[in-house]
Design a protein around this ligand. Structure first.
Ligand code: FAD
Length: 347
């Protein structure tokens, strides 16, 4: 039954669970509301071959690290789901499912979380971005008669066997999907900006170290300074096959393909948009009237305009590497430290 508590956490993926760990340790009265019917957050929905880009021991949530997966150096998404399920059981985190929060409003000293109606002194929003896929507004999208899908709808290369496929995007999803689609289809890779590859010897282990230094306020640059694409084995393999060459963005889609800026048309059967996500924040609109979609103004993890609101896990704007497993714990801890200090100051 809905009720009243110190903190309502919205979202029960890795960011929400990391918050739960520290709230529990602080002895606060809290609840985690998650829209899905089962644990695992976005890791339930990745494509079939999706794996972590680092060994298990480099992707810990606070308190209890991810166990190694038997026979696998880089754990599968299914293993991450199992870990998140076991994590919430281990710490007996009070996750309510399926509960979708439609709106958060201010009512005097309380925040009203509209999902049955919970009252809270603080709200932590940790809803991720998987539910908000982004596709650029490219001319001809309505006209194209072939298949268009986003990363969120891609499961495996088999659906594209023997076809002509254009993969759009300059990040890890695009590179990894290109790697497997190009084995069964005639694939063309297109990026909005020139692709930035990380050095071969940079995997999650190195990223872990860089994120740790950044989180500690150290010098030496952030993870994104190293590049956008981690050269995991499947991506190195596609490079070795000579397929990892991106063309600049096409001018428009036509009924049967893409039109390049030099006026030539290339027929294709499918376009896979690996063009990223936007933060999933629509439930905060009533609380932040000036908010115009996109990021919310924050200082660390705390909303500038609503000091009872914290945001976790959306990207570097909510803390260094906060949208990764290892970063989720650090930013959750930082949020609790700030909230505690504010409480002591009576802010
Ligand atoms: P999510 O996992 O999306 O969880 C949010 C939860 O909130 C979901 O359960 C959702 O249903 C729920 N929710 C949403 N809206 C509401 C609402 N209104 N009310 C209630 N509940 C709601 N990170 C790494 O550390 N290592 C990697 O190797 C790695 N690889 C990645 C590969 C890909 C392709 C992608 C996309 C990401 C990868 N990441 C990786 C990044 C990151 O770990 C994930 O994006 C992660 O799932 C984000 O966790 P989260 O808890 O912030 O959000």
């Amino acid at each position: 039954m809905p009720g009243s508590c110190d903190v309502v956490v919205i979202g029960g993926g890795q960011a929400g669970l990391a918050a739960g760990f520290y709230l529990r340790r602080a002895g606060l009265d809290y609840v985690i509301l998650d829209a899905q019917s089962r644990p695992g957050g976005a890791w339930r929905h990745g494509w079939d071959s999706l794996r972590l880009f680092s060994p298990a021991e480099y992707s810990p949530l606070p308190g209890w690290g991810m166990p190694r997966q038997e026979g696998e150096e880089f754990p599968t998404a299914g293993h991450v789901v199992d870990y998140l399920r076991a994590y919430e059981q281990r710490y007996d985190l009070p996750v309510r499912r399926p509960v979708r929060v439609r709106a958060v409003r201010s009512a005097g000293d309380d925040l009203v979380v509209d999902a049955g109606t919970w009252l809270a002194r603080y709200v932590i929003s940790a809803t991720g971005s998987w539910e908000c896929p982004y596709v650029p507004d490219v001319a001809g999208r309505e006209e194209f008669a072939g298949r268009q899908l986003h990363t969120v709808n891609y499961t495996s290369p088999e659906a594209f066997r023997g076809q002509r496929v254009v993969v759009v995007g300059g990040g890890n999803s695009a590179a990894q999907i290109l790697a497997e689609v190009s084995r069964v289809a005639e694939a063309t890779w297109v990026t909005l900006r020139p692709a930035r590859f990380m050095p071969d010897d940079v995997d999650g282990r190195v990223l872990f170290g860089v994120a740790t230094r950044t989180a500690a306020g150290g010098a030496g640059g952030s993870v994104s300074d190293l590049g956008d694409i981690v050269m995991v084995p499947v991506v190195r393999a596609v490079r070795d096959r000579g397929v990892l060459h991106a063309r600049p963005m096409f001018a428009r889609l036509t009924a049967h393909g893409v039109l390049w800026s030099d006026g030539t048309e290339q027929p294709c059967d499918a376009v896979i948009w690996c063009t990223g996500f936007r933060p999933n924040l629509a439930h905060l609109a009533p609380l932040l009237p000036a908010w115009q979609q996109g990021e919310v103004a924050t200082e660390g993890t705390r909303s500038v305009n609503e000091p009872r609101l914290y945001l976790l896990g959306y990207g570097d704007w909510t803390g260094p590497a906060s949208a990764t497993l290892v970063g989720a714990g650090r930013t959750a801890k930082a949020a609790l430290v700030v909230a505690h200090a504010a409480e002591c100051d009576g802010v």
